[in-house]
Unconditional design. Structure first.
Length: 206
């Protein structure tokens, strides 16, 4: 197949370990899988995985712009998918790593700046399934709902994967069998399918 006659798209996926695909023995995660399938449909995807393990919204707010500008020069069709949040809600030294209101503030700042430069999508945080930490699960669910409100205000498409994956036996069973957070290939394949069925993602490739 000769890609030179097909649409060329450069996409930065910015986020945490779920964006990175941590735990996937195939080293694709959900981001790699959706780009593979977009390529199979005839798009020439240049895929940049900017997922960093343990990154919070504060970390991402501090780094995303420089990293993205280096990879998405203006002469190309550049786009960004953000996905983060779980690490904000985990507890260290008796408190969450990022305060709830600060998470919302970071997200608003990131998205409002990014949408002025590129087409942007936001994928919400995936669930943490360690059964001993139900409070983190609830905090993540609450954060996902607030992210949806921020995205609605900014007119940025938002995908709530939390409510789907928390009911997924594949995601939960693989994460439990692994490290309590990250699934294997099957969980990421399910995550990828959710994104691929999302209208906002499909609209990028019409």
């Amino acid at each position: 197949m000769q890609f030179k006659h097909l649409p060329e798209v450069r996409i930065c996926f910015v986020g945490d370990s779920f964006v990175n695909g941590t735990g996937d023995p195939e080293c694709l995660g959900w981001t790699g899988r959706i780009c593979v399938n977009a390529n199979k449909k005839g798009y020439d995807i240049t895929y940049y995985n900017l997922g960093i393990r343990r990154d919070t919204s504060t970390d991402i707010a501090n780094r995303w712009l420089q990293e993205v500008l280096l990879r998405l020069p203006k002469e190309y069709d550049g786009r960004i998918v953000f996905s983060f949040g779980l690490n904000d809600t985990t507890v260290e030294n008796g408190k969450t790593r990022v305060e709830f209101t600060k998470s919302i503030e970071n997200t608003y700042k990131i998205l409002s700046e990014a949408k002025q430069l590129y087409p942007v999508l936001m994928v919400g945080p995936a669930p943490y399934v360690d059964t001993e930490d139900n409070q983190t699960k609830q905090r993540t669910a609450d954060l996902s709902k607030q992210f949806a409100l921020v995205c609605h205000e900014l007119n940025v498409p938002y995908l709530d994967v939390f409510s789907i994956l928390e009911k997924s036996n594949i995601w939960i069973d693989e994460a439990k069998a692994n490290d309590g957070a990250h699934p294997r290939a099957g969980g990421y394949a399910e995550f990828a399918q959710i994104v691929e069925n999302w209208e906002a993602w499909l609209n990028w490739f019409k």
